[in-house]
Design a protein around this ligand. Structure first.
Ligand code: SF4
Ligand code: SF4
Ligand code: SF4
Length: 275
């Protein structure tokens, strides 16, 4: 990824856009309260459907949420890319695929019938993919919803002309740095060992397992993770958990799939970019 570095003279104009998603990331940004007021002192918001009526095609920075799931989405995100000096993906749907990629397990016609029944012929769809698979992106943020400290960091980096590369270590690193109790001790299965950190391990802080919402880190060893968590092959450290919950390999894979497109379903980025 080649991050574009832009220094803005006056206040940059920013816009928010949504593609297929629940719009929870935008909602989270709106809940930033005092941070949001600080940010608004340094930018002019010109488009934000969830927050205001005005719209403009003249903007410097585009924050884009959601996944690409229709042909028309591809044209729309390309147009946004052309207009914006800087494009930021907001949350895991846009940066990694997230829940939307679950639909890729079905053939598209079958999936339309499952969802729309007799009305299926009136809808068009393509396999879901993150925005990062369709256009070049300058900054990425992850989380479902987006990790707000990461969002604030990215905004500051953009406004001061600095790069931001999302961390690529497991959640376990932040979990241990913050001295949280490992939830495996409580008999819960945690996806922290294969999930990209950057959220401050907020779930394990409160005793909940990581569900993987920031997506897999680049070097995640899924085969090893599945083997370690299934009752036939469990590592001795987690054997007690596995015996108690009696997970099968399919069940562990299902858990991993909630936020992560399984490798054999992952779309080739080069194909998407060449469309
Ligand atoms: S990343 Fe999660 S919260 Fe954000 S838009 Fe997608 S589904 Fe909603
Ligand atoms: S609770 Fe989860 S994230 Fe924390 S150390 Fe244990 S496995 Fe890793
Ligand atoms: S701990 Fe896991 S599920 Fe919780 S916010 Fe972080 S990445 Fe998401």
């Amino acid at each position: 990824m080649n991050t574009r570095m832009v220094r803005f003279g006056n206040k940059p104009q920013i816009a928010f856009f949504d593609f297929a998603c629940c719009e929870g990331c935008q909602l989270s940004v709106l809940q930033l309260e005092e941070h949001l007021l600080d940010i608004l002192g340094h930018v002019d918001v010109v488009t934000w459907r969830e927050a205001m009526s005005e719209q403009s095609n003249d903007y410097d920075i585009a924050f884009c949420e959601g996944s690409i799931t229709r042909e028309e989405d591809i044209e729309r995100i390309r147009a946004i890319r052309e207009r914006a000096s800087i494009l930021v993906t907001l949350g895991s749907c846009a940066s990694g695929g997230c829940h939307n990629d679950l639909k890729n397990q079905w053939e598209m016609g079958e999936m339309l019938e499952l969802v729309y029944g007799d009305m299926a012929e009136h809808f068009d769809t393509i396999p879901s993919r993150p925005i990062t698979a369709v256009v070049d992106v300058d900054y990425r943020t992850y989380g479902c919803p987006v990790s707000l400290p990461e969002f604030v960091t990215v905004v500051k980096r953009i406004l001061t002309g600095q790069r931001y590369e999302p961390p690529n270590q497991p959640v376990c690193v932040e979990c241990k740095l913050n001295d949280h109790l490992c939830v495996f001790e409580k008999g819960l299965v945690c996806l922290g060992p294969v999930t990209r950190c950057g959220c401050g391990a907020i779930c394990t802080q409160f005793g909940d397992p990581c569900q993987g919402c920031r997506g897999l880190m680049d070097a995640a060893n899924l085969e090893a993770a599945v083997k370690a968590l299934t009752r036939e092959q469990a590592h001795s450290i987690v054997r007690r958990v596995v015996e108690r919950y009696r997970f099968t390999e399919d069940e562990i894979e299902t858990k991993l799939r909630i936020y992560n497109n399984w490798p054999e379903l992952r779309l080739e980025e080069s194909v998407a970019h060449d469309d």
